[in-house]
Design a protein around this ligand. Structure first.
Ligand code: MF3
Ligand code: CO
Ligand code: CO
Length: 272
């Protein structure tokens, strides 16, 4: 396998898919409240994705049974929506969604508070999101792929947390997962050079405690939890590497951007 560099036409299609994703995550924000089950979230979000003329591509992916991953508190990723998982005040939930529009994929995740959450949970979500922007600040043509991983990991460690090692970000395009892998932790080598037309998902998965995971035995063997039972947070956008800088394709409307990233901001112009 090799990294698939996108043409200008393909970049346009990736941007269009990104605009849909942005709308979907704005919709997700309106749903998250105490009392809703992750099953109902999945049903509502799937219907909304389809109403935009998009396909929820997680459904059926390697047998995955739902249209979203809904991972609550100590669940790191791939939480399967269930009727008996009901959100309650103080929980944090990551909603990770992949969709396709006109044959091109978009992948983004947000971790959101359910009502009022602890200061510690707030800080974990903030640092996770900031680590995405620290990482993306390295996503310039001429830099190397693992500069992204190192910046993410350093920021997370500096703040007293750990990054997950068993899972990574990835290239994206016609397929949800393309080369290259985009690790969340520092690598020994620098990795491939970044060039105009690469589209990748940068997705810090950040644990309060150890990076080690517990592979729970749910029915389908999907759900990954923290080994120590502490909280985990996840934040992901699809980005394009361009000669103008890193273009974030899946920002949510009105989303707050860290001050330190303001000069690096090149957003999907279709969102304006
Ligand atoms: N959206 C996930 C990612 O960030 C993939 C979900 S796995 C699936 O790569 F099985 F749910 F599709
Ligand atoms: Co994702
Ligand atoms: Co992803």
């Amino acid at each position: 396998m090799a990294i698939i560099i996108k043409t200008e036409k393909e970049l346009e299609l990736m941007r269009e898919a990104g605009v849909c994703m942005s709308k979907v995550h704005s919709f997700v924000e309106t749903l998250i409240k105490p009392g809703i089950s992750t099953y109902d979230l999945d049903q509502e979000i799937e219907a909304y994705i389809r109403s935009l003329g998009c396909i929820p591509t997680e459904k059926g992916y390697e047998g995955y049974p739902a249209s979203i991953c809904a991972s609550v508190n100590n669940v790191v990723v791939h939480g399967i929506p269930r009727k008996d998982i009901i959100l309650k005040e103080g929980d944090i939930i990551s909603v990770d969604i992949t969709l396709a529009k006109n044959g091109y994929q978009s992948d983004a995740c947000r971790t959101l508070p359910v009502g009022k959450v602890s200061e510690e949970a707030e800080r974990l979500m903030r640092v996770t999101k900031e680590s995405f922007f620290k990482a993306t600040q390295q996503a310039y043509v001429g830099n190397h792929l693992f500069d992204i991983s190192a910046a993410m990991d350093e920021y997370v460690i500096k703040n007293g947390y750990s990054t997950v090692r068993d899972l990574t970000g990835h290239g994206i395009g016609k397929d949800m997962h393309e080369d290259p892998m985009v690790p969340c932790y520092k690598q020994k080598r620098r990795g491939p050079k970044l060039v105009h037309g690469m589209t990748i998902c940068i997705e810090p998965m950040v644990n309060q405690g150890t990076w080690q995971l517990y592979y729970s035995n749910d029915d389908e063997n999907w759900t990954l939890e923290t080994a120590d039972g502490r909280l985990s947070s996840h934040y992901e956008n699809t980005i394009a590497i361009t000669n103008e800088g890193p273009e974030i394709l899946t920002l949510t409307e009105g989303e707050e951007i860290p001050e330190f990233f303001k000069n690096d901001l090149h957003i999907n112009k279709h969102m304006l």
